[in-house]
Design a protein around this ligand. Structure first.
Ligand code: GRF
Length: 189
């Protein structure tokens, strides 16, 4: 059975879906740890409710020490899943985990990615560009934002009068449907 750490800084709706999915598929993997850089992030409430251990990191500890790496080793983490984690992943983590760090991006990369492209910024940009579709991209993480190899994409149709909020909702639905099963697939390959 594989062990997952989820890095998240926000609401954690994806993290919650992943936790639930693997609670029902315990033969595949379990979520062992949730890491957040925000001590008041909602994702930590979810972790407490569901009884998942969590770790809060600060910038200095994350970038200048190996404390987190040691924790990931302690819990024998196989896969790091970024689900709304906005800090760039440092080199030491990429080197230690190689192809075992993945991220979900709320658009169809390579469009609408890169620094500053997160949350509603993405959906506003998609709207402004008059795109006929958007979607999700699950990809490997490297040292640049949103540039690792793509693992999976799913798309949704956009209507002319969709607002950025409507787009966000459509994209989030795709995330909630696909992310956990895609993680499971990856872990079983
Ligand atoms: C998701 O839209 C994900 O694509 C992006 O950050 C958002 C996280 O949402 N990377 P939530 O915290 O899982 O609700």
């Amino acid at each position: 059975m594989k062990k997952i750490a989820i890095f998240a800084s926000g609401r954690g709706s994806n993290a919650a879906k992943i936790v639930d999915f693997f609670n029902h598929n315990q033969n595949v993997a379990s979520v062992e740890l949730i890491v957040s850089n925000k001590k008041d992030a909602l994702v930590l409430e979810m972790a407490k409710e569901k009884g998942i251990r969590y770790q809060i990191v600060n910038r200095q500890g994350f970038y200048q020490t190996k404390d987190l790496l040691n924790l990931l080793y302690k819990y024998e983490i196989d896969l790091i899943v970024l689900a709304g984690f906005l800090w760039l992943v440092p080199k030491y983590l990429i080197e230690a985990f190689q192809a075992n760090i993945i991220n979900i991006h709320p658009a169809l990369l390579p469009k609408f990615g890169g620094k500053g492209m997160y949350g509603m910024n993405v959906h506003k940009a998609v709207k402004a560009a008059g795109e006929k579709e958007s979607g999700i991209t699950i990809h490997y993480v490297n040292e640049a934002y949103d540039e690792g190899n793509i693992i999976f994409q799913a798309s949704c149709r956009l209507e002319k009068d969709d607002t950025p909020e409507d787009i966000a909702l459509k994209v989030q639905q795709l995330e909630h449907v696909h992310f956990a099963p895609q993680i499971a697939k990856l872990l079983q390959e």
